[in-house]
Design a protein around this ligand. Structure first.
Ligand code: F6P
Length: 360
């Protein structure tokens, strides 16, 4: 049905803009859905243009990318990954990188830049904006859901669904063999994925970075459960979970070329200790990047679409230096300083208490 409403540009009296868009940091289900929404909103509703930079900030530094159209984004709503490519590089890592960002913005005649990324990418976006190299609007992306100022980041719901399905599947094999299954999920600084998937999947115990664990207590709890006749157990471990200092030795992870710790493997340490201390047969499953690949859930597709539309609207309202956020199901834009300046968003105490109700 045709709408009687005048075009948005007329309703808002906002002039068309030429916006840049980039995806930075680790990839995440829903990136394409955000790009698609940005393109639709700017081109169709405001009559403007969108330029997509390739490979995150690297594309801005090197002035590389492509003009985006509604047609180019066709079919991308359910597609995982990012059609633009991504990298962990930031202008601050490259000699003269910030100046090159300003040059690219001028050369491409861009009014603003929509930066879709996690903590690192958005912290950089904040500085680039505040130091006047480009006018930026952020979109909070990460399966870890650890960015402040927003109840949700996109990709989290998808990761939780994937982890929950894996836990469901592990239950039956664990029961068949009377085994303990230790499942490692992502979450380098926070345990949102572990807590949600643990609750949704009926895990026996969940170990998260915010709550350093005592391996003796973990083993005692499992032994208590076994003594009560419930043999198979699922232990969910966030990749960043750590023992209480001095209780268990864990080797330092390697660091990648961006100074980013390469996590993954704490489940092996936990499982080895469980088997050795309790004698219960134990197996490890590390979900790793499967949690980041593939199609976004319906929830994430909708969230990404709302974030993309909201980011363009924020630019047209002059809200640069802001990030779109969702709180109480309302999209708003908040200062980037409130999102990335206040530290990470940890698992709320109330949710953790609920998770504890189900531990032995
Ligand atoms: O930050 C999101 C995240 O998925 C973390 O949970 C994980 O530790 C990290 O990315 C993995 O990064 P990479 O793809 O560089 O191995």
């Amino acid at each position: 049905m045709a709408s009687d409403r005048p075009p948005l540009a007329e309703q808002t009296e906002s002039a068309p803009m030429r916006l840049g868009v980039l995806t930075g940091g680790g990839d995440c289900p829903g990136l394409n859905a955000v790009i698609r929404a940005v393109v639709r909103r700017e081109i169709k509703d405001y009559g403007g243009e969108v330029f997509g930079f390739h490979d995150g900030w690297r594309g801005v530094i090197e002035n590389r990318g492509e003009e985006l159209s509604v047609l180019r984004l066709r079919g991308t709503l359910p597609r995982g990954g990012t059609i633009l490519g991504t990298s962990r590089e930031t202008p601050y890592m490259v000699e003269g990188g910030c100046e090159r960002v300003a040059e690219t913005m001028a050369d491409r005649e861009l009014d603003g830049l929509i930066v879709i990324g996690g903590e690192g990418t958005l912290s950089c976006a904040r500085s680039i904006n505040d130091e006047g190299f480009a006018k930026v609007v952020g979109v909070p992306k990460t399966i870890d859901n650890d960015i402040g100022g927003t109840e949700r980041t996109f990709g989290f719901d998808t990761a939780v669904s994937i982890a929950t399905e894996a836990i469901d599947r592990l239950h039956t094999t664990a029961e068949s063999h009377d085994r303990i299954m230790v499942v490692e999920v992502m979450g380098r600084h926070v345990g949102h994925i572990a807590t949600w998937a643990g609750l949704a999947g009926g895990a026996t115990m969940t170990l998260i970075p915010e709550q350093p664990f005592d391996i003796v207590e973990v083993c005692d709890a499992l032994a208590k459960r076994h003594a009560a006749g419930k043999y198979a157990s699922i232990v969910v471990v966030a990749e960043g979970a750590l023992p209480i200092p001095g209780t268990l030795e864990v080797s330092e992870p390697a660091v990648d070329r961006y100074g980013h710790k390469v996590l993954g493997g704490i489940a092996h340490v936990v499982a080895g200790e469980i088997e050795q201390r309790t004698g219960f047969e134990t197996r490890v499953t590390i979900l790793g990047h499967t949690q980041r690949g593939g199609t976004p859930t319906a929830f994430d597709r909708v969230l990404c679409t709302r974030f993309g539309v909201g980011a363009v609207d924020a630019a047209h309202s002059g809200n640069f230096g802001h990030m779109v956020a969702i709180n109480a199901n309302q999209i708003s834009s908040i200062p980037l300083a409130d999102a990335v300046g206040e530290g990470l968003k940890f698992v709320p105490e109330q949710l953790w208490e609920t998770a504890n109700v189900f531990f032995p």
